[in-house]
Each structure stands twice: as C-alpha cells, then as structure tokens.
Write a protein that binds this ligand. Structure first.
Ligand SMILES: [Mg+2]
Length: 421
C-alpha cells in the first residue's frame, strides 16, 4: 500500500497556525509581489475566490467579507513543510516528498489491522504536532492514493483519512472521478479523451491496453495500470540533486544604484550557494542577470546578463558572492531602472567524484572551506541573514510583500510571544 499525505490549503493553513483567531475565517495568500491569490482557505473558496485571481479583481470581496490577505512567506512554508515531513517519517519506512505540501509514503511492509484508522492517525498526528490539516489517502498504487486523499477533502466524515482498496469501492469512486483530475493526465490528454467520449477515470480504465499505449505512450499506460491497482510508478525516497539552481526576484521599486543592485544580487548568490552546498554540489557556471520593467513602455529597456565560469567548480560563499557582484558591475548602467535580477547556476556537478585541478592552492581552499562551513553553521542556527557579507548591505530583499506574516519559525527575532494574563 501507498499513502499520499496532502496538506489542505497549505499556505493559508501555515498562516493560520500562528493566527488562531483566523480559524473559520476566509484567508488568502498572494503570489510574489502581491500579484494574485495562490492559496485560499475553504471559506475563501466558498466566497468564489479562484486560484490565480489577481488581487485588484477581488478587492470588493476581500473588503466586504473581511478576507485576511497575506503576502507569501516562503521561509515559513518551507519550514512548516519540513515539520510535516518529520511527522510523516515516523509512520513509514520511506517517504518521498512530491511537492512542498504533498508526500508519498511507502507502506510496503507496514502491517496494520485497520488501514483506515492508520490513515486517520497520520492525519491527526500531523495536525497535533504541526497545526497543519492533512488529508491522507491509502491505496494499492500512488495514483489511487492521490484520489483517496482528494476524497478526504470532499467528505469531512472521513476525518482526514481514507483507505480505498476494495475493487467495488474503487470502481464506485472512479465512475464519478473526472479523468482530468487523475494524477498524470495532462490537459492535452484530457481534450483527446473527452473528444473520444471518455469523461471519467472509469471510462479511461475501460479502454483497451493497445489503444492506451498507442495514444498516450508510456506515462499514460502507467496511469492506466495504476488506476487498476497495479503499481507502475516508481517510488523515489531520495531527492535528485538539482541540475541548475536559480534565485531571482522582482523588486518593489526599480533599482538605479549600482551598490544597491550589487547588494541584492549578492544576497541572491548567497541563497543560491547555500542551496548548492546543501545538495553537495559544485557550480561550474553562473549566469547573473538584471532586467528593466517591461510594462513601463516609455522607459529605456534592457535585459543584461553576464556568464561567469568556474573551471574548477566552486561551492565557496565568498568566491560566488564576489563574482556575482563583479558581474553586475560589468553591465550596470545608470540609464536603466532595474526591476528584476537573479543568479542561476547553469552547470552543476556533484562534488563527490568531481576531479578538480591538481594545481589549486589547497591552503587557501581549506581556509575558504572553513569559512564557508562557519557561515553554514551560523545560518543553520540563527536563520538566513544572521551573518552577512558587507556588500549585501542590510541583506533585505527589496521586493514587495507588504502583508507578510512574521518568520515565526526561522528567525529568533520574530518568534511568537506568549503572554499570560
Ligand atoms: Mg495541498
């Protein structure tokens, strides 16, 4: 059996953990730079707020119904996600994180007399230990587990846990389940399926194997098998190291000062190196870019970028930050107002097994590595921004997130305070 644990309305739920006064009230979370709604509590959904609605379009609803609006707070969501993961790991020998709010649990070898009760127990534990409501579906395949977890959201009676395994139950569910909502069925496939008169997951299962192979190739065939209870999608409980790492933001106000832009880019570079080091990689190439606001048609426009090559590979904080700031200086011009900038490691290799040049200065290397490790340690303990390079200025990103909640769990200065009266 496999389980899929899906956090309900994840970002909105994270905000509520620290704002219990918002329980039962409509809550939405906005995308970067406060553009559109990317998460909605059930109450917000009931008001008709759609995923991706721009804030200006729903202003009236927000004001009339007193909707709580938050800028996105990714450090908080990332940390809450890690906490949910930790709870899940106590329930299964291996856990595969599928996205920030969804994980698969491999329950092969887990013997439980009552699997439905186990699903509810996982859900209850997550709620109790992290404050996040989680829907847990258990089924013979990952694809069916995902469907089972969706049922939890439809039927509160299930108390967050659904065990779906008897063929007659699966059939009953699939007969009502839109084929487009099945995991692994893309938008284009839905169009083709609907054109063939196939509307539900059950219709899809009734297709002949030959037709499925012919029309949808291997991934579609795997989904078809999975819906019939035959596990066909690999379980991966390790994270593939990323082949490229990108950190970029747009700014609330255009930047016209070279020192300011260098500082912002240095902070992006710092975040990128931290990610690089976490996955044990070296960067061989880094692109640094900055662009103007393309919606301001009267202003001079530019997209500037500079490629930096590290022939020997690097994961050194200082090297990368200095190189990133130098790259900005090569293209910066006072004629432009820069609206967005970023750093991308375009070539990344695993440190282990990578042969570096024989003629490197190993003494300097060792000293740099000790400094980098010290930075990692300080950041891990006190949060990002606790230690800064001078060039980073105050280390704050100038993006607009006016309604962001505090970094409750990742910054000591913003930890919730409790007062007893
Ligand atoms: Mg979710």
């Amino acid at each position: 059996m496999f389980a899929l644990a899906d956090c309900n309305n994840f970002f909105a739920s994270c905000e509520r953990v620290f704002r219990p006064d918002l329980e039962g009230k409509p809550v939405i979370v906005l995308s970067n730079n406060d553009g559109c709604a990317v998460a909605r509590s059930n109450e917000a959904k009931a008001l008709g707020i759609k995923m991706g609605d721009p804030l200006f379009k729903i202003r009236d609803i927000v004001e009339k119904h007193n909707v709580a609006v938050f800028s996105s707070n990714y450090p908080l969501y990332g940390d809450m996600s890690r906490r949910v993961q930790e709870v899940l790991r106590t329930f299964a020998p291996s856990v595969e994180q599928y996205s920030i709010d969804e994980s698969f649990l491999d329950l092969r070898g887990v013997e439980k007399a009552d699997m439905a009760a186990y699903a509810r127990e996982i859900s209850r534990s997550c709620r109790r230990m992290t404050g996040i409501p989680v829907s847990v579906g258990i089924a013979p395949t990952k694809t069916l587990a995902k469907i089972a977890s969706k049922l939890c959201k439809q039927y509160p009676k299930l108390q967050g846990g659904c065990y779906m395994h008897r063929p007659q139950d699966v059939e009953k569910v699939l007969r009502k389940f839109p084929v487009g909502d099945v995991w692994g069925i893309g938008r284009r496939s839905v169009k083709r399926l609907n054109a063939m008169g196939i509307g539900t997951a059950w219709d899809f299962v009734q297709m002949k194997e030959y037709d499925v192979r012919k029309l949808f190739a291997l991934p579609g065939w795997r989904t078809w098998k999975e819906l019939q209870g035959v596990p066909s999608v690999e379980f991966e409980d390790y994270l593939e190291p990323k082949q490229s790492i990108c950190v970029s933001r747009s700014f609330a106000k255009e930047i016209r000062d070279v020192g300011d832009l260098c500082g912002q880019v240095a902070t992006f570079a710092e975040t990128a190196v931290t990610k690089l080091r976490k996955q044990g990689s070296l960067a061989l190439e880094m692109a640094v870019f900055a662009m103007t606001n393309r919606f301001h048609e009267d202003d001079l426009q530019t997209f500037a970028s500079q490629l930096v090559v590290f022939p020997d590979g690097t994961d050194d904080h200082t090297t990368v930050i200095v190189a990133a700031a130098d790259a900005v200086r090569t293209f910066f011009s006072h004629r432009y107002g820069y609206k967005k900038a970023g750093v991308v490691f375009t070539r990344v290799v695993q440190k282990e097994g990578f042969t570096r040049s024989l003629f490197r200065d190993s003494d300097t290397d060792e000293r740099d590595e000790r400094l980098s490790q010290a930075i990692d340690a300080v950041t891990a303990t006190f949060g990002p921004g606790a230690i800064l390079f001078g060039i980073q200025g105050d280390g704050q990103i100038r993006s607009s997130h006016e309604q962001q909640s505090p970094h409750y769990t990742t910054r000591w200065s913003e930890i919730p305070k409790v007062s007893v009266k």
